[in-house]
Write a protein that binds this ligand. Structure first.
Ligand code: HEC
Ligand code: HEC
Ligand code: HEC
Ligand code: HEC
Ligand code: HEC
Ligand code: HEC
Length: 468
């Protein structure tokens, strides 16, 4: 009997050991991943909704996820790849997760990541490097409470003309009153009344009487006009500083700096095509289904997003739509006005410009052409002087002098920007091939000898590269 008990005890001890061993064996998903790769994957796929802290963005923060996640690891992978599928497993933790978050945030969208990716992501989520540069830049942000409220450009020229007209009317009225008063006093004194001349005649007489002053003013106006005209001609086509009014007071700094949303999240096509594009309302809704109030404008500005897409903030559902996966359904009959963003940058139609070429192949930072967007309230065409001030903040920026978006600006940069031959196998190969064929070609030799190739040397000054 005692021996039997002993045997049982040993057996359960063994089982316990086995279980422990098994737990440690599979605990790999929480420990073995590569933190750096995980960080990159997290930033690309998860950071738009989750933070690695306890903070809620558009979904629960993932801090302490290993302690919380009761379900199995396969289920975790399944959850991330297909949340609604994982929920069908009937696991009790997932059930609680769904009942707690889905009503507020909607379903998490399925993520195209592998089990290996999840392992790396979890490694990062559990051990975010202390000195993560993202966290640093986050604390450097000027918060929306401190940011100045900027006005969009109004066309002040119209006001100037209106003021001028108003001034003329007042001056004419005043001259009329003056005449009547003079006449009245002359009548009283029995003197001769002022002749009732036409207006033009009277102006001429007045001008003749004050001819010195009038000719001085005339000379001044002509000179001033010439200077303005010259400056105006030099600025034709220069749009620096242009910041039109927008239908919604979208604040880049709140999103990019305070909430660390990557440019790519909203302007992803900058990496894939000619255009950077403005995000559709659906993209805003990924977060604003949950974020219903801003600190500066309260519910009014975010409310305009709801109005455009047809979302009822109180019930958290789409008006007349199924709200499947957080998107208004295709059969949606909601008849709202889309948000009509005003275009800030606008090159003439005869110019070809591709974002992908500059951002992906050229490896340029957005700030090199658009300035410090993360400090912007109103979107604008950056001034070249302001961009030049950023060299310390964004190492590698190319300093330029011509006004942004002019032909001189494009050309100047193409003359300065060097192609990084080493990091591109394609260019390196061409470089070597050309070097071998240099004999006899003086022009080529000039280009290749300094081992440095600018965009200009690759044809970045050819008219047809930029003009259709
Ligand atoms: C579009 C927003 C969105 C993205 C992107 C997203 N999630 Fe989620 N996630 C959610 C929401 C919302 C929930 C809460 C459950 C729900 O409502 O579906 C959630 C829940 C989770 C949970 C469970 C949280 C807990 O406390 O147990 C994990 C784990 C998770 N997500 C991991 C990830 C990972 C890893 C990625 C990137 C590969 C990712 N999510 C990308 C929205 C998102
Ligand atoms: C949350 C979404 C979001 C993020 C993130 C975001 N933007 Fe934008 N961006 C917008 C919206 C919406 C507009 C249109 C409103 C405006 O012009 O201010 C816009 C406008 C712009 C414009 C002017 C577009 C025009 O009409 O010519 C530029 C340039 C720009 N963004 C650059 C950036 C850069 C660079 C980043 C990253 C540092 C970034 N954006 C991050 C949403 C975003
Ligand atoms: C990745 C998440 C995310 C996306 C995508 C997003 N926002 Fe936001 N937005 C936020 C957060 C977080 C806040 C800050 C709320 C606060 O003040 O604390 C915010 C605030 C705002 C505010 C209020 C500003 C204020 O202080 O009153 C407006 C307006 C706004 N967003 C518009 C938009 C528009 C338009 C889009 C789509 C082009 C968009 N957002 C996309 C997360 C997002
Ligand atoms: C080499 C300079 C340059 C760089 C680098 C650059 N842009 Fe642009 N961007 C431009 C020019 C020029 C335009 C005007 C394009 C037009 O009107 O056809 C523009 C326009 C835009 C617009 C308005 C929408 C559109 O597609 O016309 C957005 C948004 C934008 N850029 C975002 C970005 C983001 C985000 C990045 C970084 C990923 C970036 N840009 C990098 C020069 C640049
Ligand atoms: C801040 C620097 C910078 C500015 C400003 C700039 N570019 Fe470029 N551009 C580059 C770089 C770098 C490349 C080379 C990319 C590569 O490696 O192919 C390039 C390449 C090009 C090419 C392809 C040239 C070729 O040989 O195929 C075109 C076209 C072009 N740019 C047009 C423009 C236009 C139009 C503008 C002005 C609206 C402009 N760029 C402004 C840096 C710049
Ligand atoms: C790197 C790109 C680039 C190259 C190369 C280039 N241009 Fe341009 N060009 C532009 C841009 C951008 C504008 C529009 C400037 C504006 O709107 O102010 C422009 C405008 C013009 C205009 C209209 C006048 C004006 O200033 O708006 C003419 C004409 C012109 N280019 C001729 C040429 C000729 C000829 C060549 C070849 C010697 C050439 N361009 C090479 C980018 C380029």
């Amino acid at each position: 009997m005692i021996a039997d008990l002993g045997f049982k005890a040993t057996k359960s001890f063994l089982t316990a050991c086995l279980v422990l061993f098994a737990v440690q064996g599979t605990a790999g998903i929480w420990d073995d991943g590569n933190i750096e790769e995980g960080q990159a994957l997290f930033n690309a796929n998860c950071a738009s909704c989750h933070k690695v802290t306890n903070e809620v963005l558009a979904a629960p923060g993932l801090a302490g996820i290993a302690d919380r996640w009761g379900a199995s690891e396969e289920l975790l992978v399944q959850w991330i790849q297909n949340p609604q599928g994982a929920a069908e497993s009937g696991d009790s933790y997932i059930k609680s997760l769904v009942s707690r978050y889905v009503p507020t945030y909607g379903w998490m969208t399925a993520q195209a990541v592998s089990a290996e990716d999840v392992k790396n992501i979890m490694a990062y989520v559990q051990n975010p490097p202390d000195a993560a540069p993202v966290a640093d830049s986050g604390s450097d942000c000027i918060t929306v409470d401190e940011l100045p409220i900027e006005e969009a450009n109004n066309d002040s020229g119209v006001w100037f003309v209106m003021l001028l007209v108003l001034f003329l009317i007042i001056a004419m009225a005043a001259a009329g009153v003056n005449r009547s008063l003079t006449n009245a006093s002359r009548e009283k004194d029995g003197g001769a009344l002022l002749e009732d001349l036409p207006y033009g005649q009277r102006v001429k007489m007045w001008a003749w009487e004050n001819r010195v002053a009038v000719s001085l003013i005339g000379v001044f106006i002509v000179a001033y006009g010439a200077v303005l005209g010259y400056q105006g001609l030099m600025r034709v086509g220069v749009v620096e500083g242009y910041k039109p009014n927008q239908p919604i007071q979208f604040i880049h700094s709140v999103h990019v700096c305070e909430n660390e949303v990557d440019c790519k999240y909203c302007h992803h096509s900058a990496y894939e095509s000619k255009h950077a594009g403005i995000p559709s309302t659906n993209v805003c809704m990924n977060c604003h289904k949950a974020v219903k109030k801003g600190r500066r404008y309260g519910e009014t500005e975010i409310g305009k997003i709801y109005e455009a897409i047809g979302f009822d903030a109180t019930s958290g559902t789409y008006v007349d739509g199924e709200g499947k996966n957080g998107y208004a359904s295709p059969q949606d009959t909601y008849d709202g006005d889309p948000i009509r963003w005003n275009k800030v940058h606008n090159l003439p139609d005869h110019v070809f410009f591709s974002h992908q070429q500059h951002v992906v192949v050229g490896g340029l930072q957005c700030q090199n052409c658009h300035g410090d967007v993360e400090t912007y309230t109103v979107g604008r065409v950056a001034k070249v002087e302001d961009i030049n001030q950023l060299v310390d903040k964004y190492p590698g920026l190319i300093e330029l002098s011509k006004p942004t978006l002019t032909m001189g600006w494009c050309i100047e940069c193409h003359n300065k920007a060097e192609i990084d031959l080493a990091s591109s196998g394609y260019y390196e190969e061409i470089h070597h091939r050309l070097k071998d064929h240099l004999r006899g070609n003086e022009e080529l030799r000039m280009y290749m000898e300094d081992d440095k190739i600018t965009v200009k040397e690759l044809g970045g000054w050819e008219c047809a590269k930029c003009h259709y």
